[in-house]
Design a protein around this ligand. Structure first.
Ligand SMILES: Nc1ncnc2c1ncn2[C@@H]1O[C@H](COP(=O)(O)OP(=O)(O)OP(=O)(O)O)[C@@H](O)[C@H]1O
Ligand SMILES: [Mg+2]
Length: 182
């Protein structure tokens, strides 16, 4: 069974995965890279559509005994029996805006991705399918090394889940309109 690192774009999945893989000496299986290599990315008006059913089959063949699997699609292409623990990295949506601006995302793409983080869609979908195997961690205002240490603690079963509610933060700031209007 594999260790899975997931979460929205820009939360730090690849940064953390690389370091965890080094510490645990496990091979990385990158879901996006696999989809790209298999020709499954379909350009659709600036966003990518992926055939998740096909990707699920390809991932199944590529998984070795124990990998670190990374990708925002992890909850949608894996089965419970392939997963030992699934860590969902969560990041303050206000911080994500600057990550996305640096990446030159369009305003529409920024709203889509911050909206998804505020609603906790990946965490929700992951928990629905992987239940007790899912742990969230808030990476905001944590150094990369502290995030790595805490993620390792989660993987080893020495740390409990963090409850994260950006919706309350955004709503208290009266910013729902800012994130969710057209
Ligand atoms: N505590 C932290 N943990 C991880 N990354 C962090 C942290 N703080 C800042 N970062 C930075 O966040 C940025 C985004 O990280 P990264 O590219 O790993 O995200 P990602 O989740 O892999 O994105 P994508 O889904 O687009 O591949 C990087 O510049 C990274 O250095
Ligand atoms: Mg990445």
């Amino acid at each position: 069974m594999s260790i899975v690192i997931t979460g929205n774009p820009g939360v730090g999945k690849h940064t953390i995965t690389e370091k965890i893989a080094g510490r645990l000496k496990l091979p990385v299986l990158d879901i996006n890279a696999t989809a790209k290599d298999s020709g499954l990315f379909e350009e659709n008006g600036g966003t990518n559509d992926i055939d998740v059913k096909k990707l699920e089959k390809i991932i199944e063949q590529k998984i070795s005994e124990k990998n670190i699997i990374v990708g925002h699609l992890a909850p949608y292409v894996l089965h419970k029996n392939q997963v030992e623990v699934m860590v969902v990295l969560r990041r303050n949506p206000y911080d994500l805006i600057s990550v996305y601006r640096d990446r030159k995302y369009s305003e529409r793409k920024i709203k889509e991705n911050t909206g998804s983080e505020i609603l906790g869609i990946i965490a929700h979908d992951a928990t629905n399918q992987f239940h007790e195997k899912v742990f969230q961690i808030n990476v905001s205002e944590k150094s990369i090394s502290k995030t790595v240490d805490e993620t390792l603690e989660l993987i080893l079963g020495n740390k409990s889940n963090e409850e994260i509610d950006w919706l309350e933060l955004v709503s208290n700031n009266n910013d729902l309109e800012k994130f969710f209007s057209d």
